[in-house]
Ligand binder design. Structure first.
Ligand SMILES: [Zn+2]
Length: 338
């Protein structure tokens, strides 16, 4: 089969590799219905994350189970499934507390920008639908696997409640999903920080009530102005740079909460800064498995349309163009047809 391999910075290709096989009794093999490129795939693509060798790309997936190992009990061949980008057993103490992304047996999914993928710990990672979903729901179900689950976690970690004032730092796909999540959680005011017209428009469609195009200190000043000098109750940090992290913390009111889901690159926080800020911080890789059943239900009943975040769809063989389009910010998120 053709699969996506990153060989070095800027060098991503489709190459012929062997189809995945069951390696452990807890594995499942799925035939993907579609795949996509994640904003976090751009870090190694840009050379900002070291490579140990050729990297099998792709960690967002949904599709039909074709084979399961002998120990797998909850999913079976023929079922449509969505899984998290974090592999988990869903039984260890961290999983039971809802932090499946810190599972004692955690692995990160890879190799999903391909027609078939192996999913380890299938019972703890995959959730099956009752029936085969309609084709037009595939992009939204694929989004649940990471980008929506991550935006949702940012809002959950930032303690968004009915009536909250929320600020979202970052207008990438995760930030836009954070806007959608905050709206679903009943936020009254959702301030999206974005300077790009198409992303502002999608943020407004997903429920943003205000747009702030300034960033850094100017962005913080604008949030203060919009909140009568108080700051936001909840801030979603969806970028991962030093500037965006400081911006996010400074946008929250004292006692407010920051959910940070941008993979940090060069973020440095001083003890004095954190001490005097007096705010709640929770972040990390999203425990998407905790949210999967609820988010799949919202998609299957057509209450949300996260799939709209895909503004470019390409055949898998053109995957390199998909990376370039996202790298150059010509596309928010690329869907790969298999
Ligand atoms: Zn676990």
């Amino acid at each position: 089969m053709l699969a996506t391999i990153l060989r070095g910075p800027g060098d991503v290709r489709c190459e012929e590799i062997a189809e995945p096989k069951i390696q452990k009794p807890t594995d499942a093999i799925i035939k993907l219905s579609a795949s996509c490129i994640c904003g976090s795939d751009l870090w190694p693509f840009r050379g900002l994350q070291p490579l140990d060798g050729p990297m099998h790309m792709g960690h967002e997936y949904c599709g039909v189970v074709v084979e399961v190992g002998s120990a797998v009990k909850t999913v079976k061949p023929g079922q449509f499934v969505v899984g998290s980008f974090c592999i988990s057993d869903n039984t260890c103490p961290h999983c039971r507390f809802g932090f499946q992304s810190s599972c004692e047996q955690r692995e990160f999914m890879s190799g999903a920008q391909a027609p078939y993928a192996r999913v380890p710990l299938a019972d703890g990672t995959l959730v099956a639908t009752e029936t085969m979903p309609d084709d037009d729901l595939i992009p939204s179900l694929l989004a649940v696997s990471d980008v929506l689950g991550t935006g949702w976690y940012a809002a959950d970690a930032a303690r968004v409640r009915p009536g909250s004032t929320v600020a979202v730092v970052g207008d990438g796909a995760v930030g836009l999903m954070g806007v959608l999540a905050a709206k679903q959680m009943g936020a009254e005011r959702i301030i999206a920080m974005s300077r790009h017209k198409t992303r502002q428009d999608l943020a407004l469609e997903y429920g943003a009530t205000d747009i702030v195009s300034e960033r850094g200190d100017a962005g913080v000043a604008r949030i203060r102005e919009l909140t009568k000098n108080v700051g936001a109750d909840s801030v979603l940090e969806c970028v991962g740079t030093n500037e965006s992290m400081h911006q996010a913390i400074n946008c929250a009111r004292p006692g407010g909460s920051i959910g940070f889901v941008g993979v940090p690159h060069g973020v440095e926080l001083s003890g004095e800064f954190l001490f005097s800020a007096q705010k709640n911080l929770l972040g990390g890789p999203a425990p998407v498995r905790r949210f999967l059943p609820h988010l799949m239900e919202l998609v299957l009943t057509r209450k949300i349309n996260p799939g709209k975040v895909f503004d470019l769809a390409l055949p898998l063989k053109d995957v390199a163009e998909g990376y370039r389009a996202m790298d150059e910010r010509r596309a928010i998120k690329t869907l790969l047809r298999l």
